[in-house]
Design a protein around this ligand. Structure first.
Ligand SMILES: Cc1cc2nc3c(=O)[nH]c(=O)nc-3n(C[C@H](O)[C@H](O)[C@H](O)COP(=O)(O)OP(=O)(O)OC[C@H]3O[C@@H](n4cnc5c(N)ncnc54)[C@H](O)[C@@H]3O)c2cc1C
Length: 375
């Protein structure tokens, strides 16, 4: 399919055989809870994708990674969303290692060497709670940090080997400081409970991870820099840019699966076929241009661009869903669950942080000359 040619070529280059494996089974077999997608991803060496070559990984850059996620999203939206959470953790660790003289690089080496999957827990399942204000408690005791609380939804909950979780710790001046703890999944006190109650994206394993008196060594807790109010520090800014662009790519790939069906439909209106294909191509060009620019220094401007790109891709997907579902017609909708599934799954891009409405005042302030805040 021409809309995906370059993305598939790149996927074959960096994770040979993965696209072929994913193409061998129908869509819904990858989308079930406990489906085989994450096993196949591991077998293809996927966890090492962003780990720098010097630490044993593929060292894939942001633009290439968006192509990989688009190609995977076409075959399995759940796998693309779940692996975006892994890559978000990995990209953040790469940034930590680049700025630290500590031993964090050993984590990256272990991810590549042992094919480890890293979940990312920021949300706590409470409406209106910003992901940068965790309430999960972290206390220091006898040289370890003790975690209590819950992360939900947390993709990769059942397959993760490690998890990065946001916590608040008392800073040097006593005020709460955001920190990120790296927790092995087998640590005593870590458990998983069912949380995800919809078939959409159920293969991403976004259940609840519960921490009960979980002890984490101090050197596995990375404190973020102190910054004023809602402003992000550099590590968070880099993490958000990767997250927004890889998530957008994953859902754009999923929407392309619907477009593929429309382009193959003999009775579909040719005007609608051309329009949806062009809309996907335009969103791809925007995504790739934004990713290419963000391969230089990352700052507030690059994050604002990534957010603008994500909301524009979200709008493009909504338009594509609307036209493609109608253009495919009622019999296509009835004869297989794939169309209703893809239409529902693709809408979930809107639910990833920061939501458009939550972000609106901050973007308005940014575009009128203020600093970029993420509430
Ligand atoms: C497929 C999927 C996988 C996920 N995986 C993970 C994961 O692995 N790890 C993780 O940490 N999280 C994950 N999440 C959760 C995600 O990070 C969000 O935290 C969660 O979806 C937020 O839920 P919400 O939209 O109900 O929350 P809310 O932010 O409470 O939003 C509810 C509604 O209120 C509006 N709203 C909220 N605040 C404001 C405001 N200040 N001003 C105006 N309007 C506002 C929002 O726009 C929205 O319409 C996942 C989500 C999905 C969909």
């Amino acid at each position: 399919m021409r809309l995906l040619d370059d993305a598939r070529e790149v996927l074959d280059e960096v994770l040979p055989g993965l696209d072929k494996r994913l193409a061998e089974a129908p869509l819904m077999s990858w989308e079930q809870p406990g489906g085989p997608g994450l096993t196949v991803f591991r077998e293809a060496g996927g966890p090492a994708l962003l780990v720098p070559e010097v630490h044993g990984g593929r060292g894939t850059d942001l633009l290439t990674a968006t192509r990989v996620q688009r190609a995977i999203g076409f075959r399995s939206p759940s796998l693309a969303v779940a692996t975006t959470m892994h890559h978000f953790s990995a990209a953040s660790l790469v940034e930590v290692v680049a700025r630290s003289t500590g031993m964090e690089w050993m984590l990256l080496s272990a991810i590549a060497r042992d094919n480890l999957l890293v979940a990312s827990g920021f949300a706590e399942g409470r409406a209106g709670q910003g992901i940068l204000t965790p309430t999960m408690t972290a206390t220091e005791r006898d040289g370890v940090v003790v975690l209590n609380g819950t992360k939900k939804p947390c993709s990769l909950a059942h397959s993760m080997d490690l998890m990065t979780a946001s916590v608040t710790l008392p800073g040097t001046d006593g005020s709460p400081q955001l920190a990120v703890a790296v927790v092995p999944a087998t640590t005593p006190g870590v458990s998983v409970r069912p949380f995800w109650n919809t078939p959409a994206l159920a293969g991403a394993e976004s259940d609840e991870v519960v921490f009960t008196d979980v002890e984490v060594p101090q050197d596995l807790v990375v404190r973020t820099e102190l910054v004023d109010g809602d402003r992000l520090d550099h590590l968070q800014t880099v993490g958000f840019v990767w997250f927004e662009l890889l998530m957008s790519a994953s859902y754009l790939g999923a929407a392309t699966a619907l477009v593929d069906r429309l382009l193959a439909a003999p009775r579909a209106d040719v005007g609608v076929q051309a329009q949806v294909a062009s809309t996907v191509r335009a969103a791809t060009l925007l995504l790739e241009g934004t990713a290419a620019t963000a391969m230089g220094p990352i700052n507030d401007e690059r994050l604002a661009d990534a957010l603008v790109c994500r909301y524009a891709v979200q709008d493009a997907i909504t338009r594509v869903l609307d036209l493609a579902v109608e253009g495919l017609g009622g019999l296509s909708f009835i004869s297989s669950g794939d169309i209703a599934y893809l239409a529902g799954a693709c809408r979930a891009l809107a639910f990833h942080p920061p939501g458009r409405h939550r972000m609106a005042p901050a973007l308005r302030d940014y575009f009128t000359g203020g600093p970029l805040r993420v509430p």
